[in-house]
Design a protein around this ligand. Structure first.
Ligand code: AMP
Length: 114
């Protein structure tokens, strides 16, 4: 499979992980759109939130709780959690991923588009 994020999961592409467990991984976005820009992804190849089955809800909980823990570790007082869904929604990589963005110092910088 030619999925970039599956290659990261399978360690075919070397990446420093901020978090790694049996369900999810977290790593820095290669083109950061905020002072702190981290991606949280499931190990399993799920194309997008649309393709997530109800019985896979534990994966979603794990993704969001990981984001919350990382934000705490980075001492982010506030942050944005963004899921791009489908091409029209700005999703470029077809492997579910949550953007964690934060660390801005002023309001203008917070107006981002990932
Ligand atoms: P999206 O537009 O929601 O599909 O976001 C995909 C994100 O993956 C973008 O913010 C990219 O900068 C990021 N990205 C692409 N390739 C890599 C990579 N090798 N390592 C880390 N992040 C990546």
């Amino acid at each position: 499979m030619e999925c970039l994020f599956c290659k990261i999961v399978n360690k075919e592409i070397p990446k420093e992980f901020l978090h790694e467990d049996e369900k999810v991984l977290a790593f820095y976005d290669i083109h950061p759109k905020a002072p702190t820009h981290i991606l949280i992804i499931p190990r399993e190849h799920i194309e997008s939130i649309v393709h997530l089955k109800e019985e896979q809800g534990d994966i979603l909980v794990k993704i969001f709780s990981t984001a919350k823990n990382i934000a705490e570790n980075h001492k982010l007082k506030g942050y944005k959690l963004i899921l791009n869904v489908g091409k029209e929604g700005g999703q470029v990589i077809d492997h579910l991923h949550l953007h964690l963005l934060g660390g801005w110092s002023n309001k203008e910088e917070r107006s981002i588009n990932v």
